[in-house]
Design a protein around this ligand. Structure first.
Ligand code: NAP
Length: 279
């Protein structure tokens, strides 16, 4: 079996499945659009928003976008979200993060109806995931579960170490691995003996936000390594939290950057939109 976990191919596979599903829903008269709100013109955000719009187009769901000026007041954003919550043609609402500093991101997330929270960031979605109820799953961690399953990695009974405890990656990742019956250790910046703990992992998930942080001294021989990080190196080349060159010879499977976790996030966003249309 291949050593490289191909996120591009797996995300394409998922998008093809969704495309079929959307066509079937359309035959039954069920349609929906994703609303994407971007505030300001951060270049990276614009790329992400465009990729989301392209993915919608590809699988056959509509998309509407709000490209709002940097100085847009929070009250105006809350008003738009409330309006979108009420619209029956909108299956998902997404606010592209980060937002400018004068806006409280949490207020926006809480205003989105949990029924349309396709990013899975609303406290109600997080709570539902925690107790195993139906709700939208946070896209990046849900994508990683798909990457593992679809590349034949057994999760049940394995020791998974997650580096990072952010609300959007580390914590939901750990919960989803637990749900898959892994034994999970969560580590963070205050963890003592980080290397020793990581070296015990059958599955090591790096969401530390530091380029090349994980080298071969963190990895057990034959482990599976998932790299969530996205950075640009000094030559403007994309790289991850894992030092791929050093780690790759020691693992049984590994995700590359780019082409690993990244493409899965959008695929899972699309999956949540289709799920919302069905609900
Ligand atoms: P974040 O909010 O900055 O969280 C980083 C986490 O790493 C924190 O929990 C922090 O611990 C921990 N950490 C920092 N330094 C550490 C150290 N020396 N040892 C152990 N733990 C340490 O980042 P994030 O939003 O979770 O994102 C993580 C990475 O994933 C970033 O590179 C981001 O760009 C990338 N990302 C990728 C995707 C994708 O689609 N591929 C999606 C989201 C994020 P404390 O809690 O103690 O501070």
């Amino acid at each position: 079996m291949a050593k490289l976990i191909d996120g591009k191919a797996i995300s394409k596979e998922i998008k093809e499945e969704l495309k079929k599903e959307v066509a079937e829903l359309k035959e039954k008269g069920i349609e929906g659009s994703l609303a994407v709100i971007q505030v300001g013109n951060d270049a990276a955000s614009t790329v992400y928003v465009n990729n989301k719009k392209k993915a919608c187009e590809y699988i056959g769901i509509g998309s509407i976008s709000y490209e709002l000026p940097e100085e847009t007041p929070e009250s105006e954003l809350l008003r738009i979200i409330r309006e979108l919550n009420e619209r029956s043609d909108i299956c998902g609402i997404l606010v592209q993060l980060p937002v400018p500093r004068h806006i409280n991101e949490d207020n926006l997330i809480r205003e989105i109806s949990p029924k349309k929270d396709v990013d899975g960031f609303h406290p109600q979605s997080v709570g539902a995931m925690t107790i195993g109820e139906t709700g939208f799953l946070s896209c990046t961690p849900a994508g990683i579960i798909q990457l593992l399953k679809r590349s034949g990695v057994e999760i049940e009974g394995k020791h998974c170490v997650v580096i990072g405890r952010s609300n959007i990656v580390g914590k939901p990742m750990a919960l989803l691995m637990l749900r898959e019956n892994a034994t999970v250790t969560i580590t963070h910046s205050k963890t003592v003996n980080l290397k020793e703990i990581c070296k015990m992992a059958d599955i090591l998930i790096a969401a530390v936000g530091k380029p090349g942080f994980v080298d071969d001294s963190y990895v057990k021989e034959g482990a599976v390594v998932i790299d969530v990080g996205i950075h640009r190196d000094e030559n403007n080349k994309l790289c991850g939290d894992v030092d791929f060159e050093k780690v790759e010879p020691h693992v049984s499977k590994i995700t590359p950057v780019p082409g690993g976790v990244g493409p899965m996030t959008i695929a899972m966003l699309m999956k949540n939109c289709v799920e919302s249309m069905k609900r």
